[in-house]
Design a protein around this ligand. Structure first.
Ligand SMILES: *Cc1c(COP(=O)(O)O)cnc(C)c1O
Length: 435
């Protein structure tokens, strides 16, 4: 007896369908689209009756996507590596409001889950003779999560490219503190320049013959699928405690985290409404308010990890709901400006004694508006980063120091070193050859 293998298909529909491990190794599909599962399993909460830990929920939820794949036998071990840290879902502020804290991992942002899963998958796949070099352009959080996930893994090296002087001092320290098989390059240029350099080198088929390259950015299906797990885990524990679905507000930039939440709902998990919270980069909020979708130039805000004018994963949202009316019925969005972010950070501290990061503040501000307009039911705000990652924003507002988490303190205690790199793909190629 053989199972039908659940394939991954491209959102553009031209590239052939592939097994999940090939899609994970590939990054984007060869037709320029993004991989998505061709079908979704349908679970009921009872299917998870014997699963209490995040590891077990993740394994049961992800198993159908890996059935028949080269990674199937390793999936439980991969889940044990990636989901060791349980994210708390706890009451927050007023009645029936909750917070899902996804920042208790190594680099104190939710990206630790997806990056950890991707790294564990690549480590479990057969390795070539030469090491695989992962190139990651980052505006802050992604590079640290990817560096931490691959640090010390055999057969893999990571080159982090970040814009010199344009990440926070704490973020810069994190990016440079790994060493060994992870090198940080501070690029003379902007985040867009870093992305261009990465694309230039990754798109060079000849160079890839010389040096095997991989990418680990947020469009990888190897980061997207695992992000469903913490939503499943939170919704199930809420369902068991209350018998009610959980409505969720997700701080949104490139839309990876929010699409994962929608996929978890599509798989039958007891998730109610899903609302996207934008900062002043409000293209999604405008679309959901009825305007045509228009990618826009990025504007800088206090919630810098959400400063995305043209979210890559919008293509996945449209693939899930090809009809705009259906998409607008399934999801909604709202946006908040920097003044709202500041006010919400102060408000959470003064009224509830809670300290939140600027990204989490976007979601909380959106939830407060929803409540004012009479939204009922149980709502959860997703906390995407630890507030101590952003002391320059948070501390002046609340008038006190934000205590470091143990993981952040350990990272900041390490030495940190970044190498200068010109905004020049030829120089980057040479660095990679000389490594
Ligand atoms: C990356 C990031 C986001 C945005 O997540 P997307 O998946 O890109 O929408 C929000 N908050 C923090 C702290 C982040 O690091």
């Amino acid at each position: 007896m053989s199972h039908a293998v659940l394939k991954q298909v491209s959102t553009r529909g031209i590239a052939p369908a592939v097994n999940v491990s090939s899609a994970i190794a590939a990054g984007p599909a060869p037709d320029g689209g993004l991989y998505m599962p061709e079908a979704f399993p349908t679970f009921t909460p009872d299917d998870f009756a014997s699963d209490n830990t995040l590891v077990d929920v993740a394994h049961r939820l992800l198993q159908p996507f890996f059935a028949g794949d080269a990674l199937e036998a390793s999936l439980h071990d991969i889940c044990r590596t990636a989901f060791a840290v349980e994210p708390p879902l706890r009451p927050f502020g007023t009645a029936d409001d909750y917070i899902l804290e996804l920042f208790h991992g190594t680099t104190a942002a939710f990206k630790d889950y997806g990056a950890g899963f991707l790294a564990a998958c690549l480590a479990a796949l057969p390795q070539g003779e030469k090491p695989l070099t992962i190139i990651v352009a980052t505006s802050g959080d992604t590079g640290a999560a990817v560096g931490a996930a691959f640090h010390g893994k055999p057969g893999v090296r990571v080159a982090i490219l970040y814009p010199d002087g344009r990440v926070s001092p704490r973020q810069a320290h994190q990016l440079g503190c790994f060493g060994d098989n992870v090198r940080a390059f501070r690029v003379e240029g902007s985040f867009d320049d870093c992305q261009r350099l990465a694309k230039d080198v990754l798109g060079d088929a000849g160079f890839r013959q010389e040096i095997p390259l991989g990418s680990a950015n947020s469009i990888s299906i190897g980061r997207l699928l695992p992000q469903m797990a913490y939503y499943a885990h939170a919704a199930l524990s809420h369902w068991r405690a209350t018998g009610r679905p959980l409505n969720i507000v997700v701080p949104t930039g490139n839309l990876g985290n929010a699409v994962a939440c929608l996929l978890a709902r599509r798989c039958g998990l007891p998730i109610g409404e899903v609302v996207l919270a934008n900062n002043a980069n409000d293209g999604l909020a405008r679309f959901f308010a009825g305007h045509d979708y228009q990618p826009r130039p990025t504007v800088a805000t206090l919630a810098n990890a959400m400063d995305v004018g043209a979210p890559n994963n919008f293509e996945r949202l449209q693939w899930l709901y090809p009809d705009d009316a259906a998409l607008r019925a399934a999801v909604s969005a709202d946006s908040v400006d920097d003044a709202d972010i500041r006010k919400t950070i102060v408000d959470a501290y003064v009224r509830f004694g809670e300290t939140i990061c600027p990204h989490t503040a976007c979601a909380l501000a959106v939830l407060q508006r929803l409540r004012q307009r009479g939204a009922d039911g149980d709502w959860c705000v997703v906390a995407t980063a630890h507030p101590a990652k952003f002391p320059e924003v948070v501390e002046p507002l609340i008038g006190t120091e934000v205590p470091l988490s143990a993981a952040l303190a350990a990272m900041l205690a390490r030495d940190s070193h970044a190498e200068p790199l010109a905004n020049d793909a030829i120089e980057l190629r040479q660095c990679l050859r000389d490594w």
